[in-house]
Design a protein around this ligand. Structure first.
Ligand code: NAD
Ligand code: GLY
Length: 360
């Protein structure tokens, strides 16, 4: 079993990766026989992962839980679903000392974490990610929330989980497209803070494209180490944590403009391509940085161009509602080298439009 800790003082928590049997004792210890609500979605349930978890818990004498199954998809990541989770928690008898468990990807993880943050003014929760994206990103770091029609994640709270645990076997049922979504966030870590990791990914696209689980275990751990380091240094995004949003400013805008039909990971890949183009136009980085990044994204079959018929003015408009912006205009994370980025406030709109046209 692989493990690491997100160092946040008395709110530190472990991230563990291995078969359920390897981390079940830790999970049972965290649950301490308290009432719990497991929140999952239909796809995770149909793939048998809920049953495996329920049986593992019951076989070890813990039955003080109920499960709540949501319809899958970003379109359900809203306040109405948060209310449904809270009502299910009431029905399951959860009190202030109880716990919620998110078993699924980032949508269920963000929603359950947010429901836990506000249920009875805040109860504990545990993240059991079942997608690559959730394993390397959304389950770690305590950002929870829901979307509004006006934009992604506009409602939310910082609420750290008690533990994050991944059963690698859950990834065997993950559709290929979902691997690719997660890979965009993995490439992001290489780009923002770890050139060696970027080079490792670039040298192993064969293993990544054949979904070699041993190699995936390695890159998941490295990605979690990167995220844990950033979160430990800036939990509430007062500064450096914003680098984790590399690719997300344009990404969130195109995701929203597609009515969330474009998956998050693909949108982030396009966002990274646009950010690199802008960085080159601003002379922040060498054109080689853009080429290397885009080559890796393309090798991983991720998009590096905006969807057909995209309107760059509409994208800029949508970017203006991004949470990272301040009164100084649009804020973006831009590369200066492979493994290093810079947070740029008040991005020049004409250059931004030129960069977006460059990735049309
Ligand atoms: P998702 O939660 O929608 O899951 C993707 C699909 O995979 C869904 O259809 C789901 O039902 C299915 N699925 C999940 N596990 C499966 C498995 N093991 N086998 C088969 N199918 C499975 O999407 P995601 O990519 O995991 O997460 C995206 C969300 O995460 C977005 O809402 C994004 O905003 C959020 N996010 C949050 C953070 C954060 O820091 N909180 C970071 C990145 C992304
Ligand atoms: N996914 C961005 C963050 O956790 O800060």
């Amino acid at each position: 079993m692989n493990s690491l800790t997100v160092e946040l003082g008395d709110r530190s928590y472990p991230i563990v990766l291995g078969d359920t049997a390897e981390w079940l004792d830790l999970l049972l210890k965290k649950l301490a026989n308290r009432p719990a609500l497991i929140v999952t979605d239909e796809n995770v349930d149909n793939a048998g992962h809920l049953e495996k978890l329920e049986k593992s818990l019951s076989a070890n004498g813990y039955n003080n839980f109920q499960s709540f199954i949501l319809p899958p998809g970003e379109e359900h990541k809203n306040l109405a679903t948060v209310e449904l989770i809270a009502k299910a928690a009431v029905a399951a008898g959860l009190d202030r000392k109880s716990c919620m468990i998110a078993l699924s990807g980032g949508v269920v993880g963000d929603l359950t974490g947010f429901a836990a943050a506000i249920y009875m003014r805040g109860i504990e929760f545990i993240q059991l990610p079942t997608t690559l994206l959730a394993a390397v990103d959304s389950s770690v770091g305590g950002k929870t929330g829901a979307d509004l029609a006006e934009g992604k994640n506009l409602i939310g709270a910082f609420h750290q989980p008690q533990m994050v645990a991944l059963d690698m076997q859950t990834l065997t049922t993950l559709p290929e497209a979902e691997y690719r979504n997660g890979l965009a966030e993995v490439v992001k870590y290489g780009m923002i803070m770890d050139k060696d990791f970027f080079d490792l990914l670039a040298a192993n696209t064969g293993k990544l494209n054949s979904f070699d689980l041993d190699f995936y275990a390695k890159i998941i751990i490295r990605s979690c180490e990167c995220k844990a380091e950033v979160v430990a240094g800036d939990e509430r995004e007062q500064g450096r944590r914003a680098i984790l949003n590399y690719g997300h400013t344009v990404g969130h805008a195109v995701e929203k403009l597609s009515n969330f039909n474009l998956p998050h990971g693909k949108a982030v890949a396009i966002g990274m391509a646009a950010a690199a183009k802008l960085a080159v136009l601003m002379n922040l980085c060498d054109a080689k940085v853009e080429t290397l990044q885009n080559q890796l994204l393309a090798d991983l079959k991720l998009p590096i161009r905006l969807p057909e018929n995209s309107n760059t003015d509409c994208i800029v408009q949508a970017m203006k509602s991004d949470k990272k912006n301040t009164s100084g205009g649009i804020t973006m994370v831009l590369p200066v080298a492979i493994g290093e980025v810079k947070i740029v406030k008040g991005v020049n709109e004409e250059l931004l439009k030129a960069a977006l046209k460059g990735v049309l």
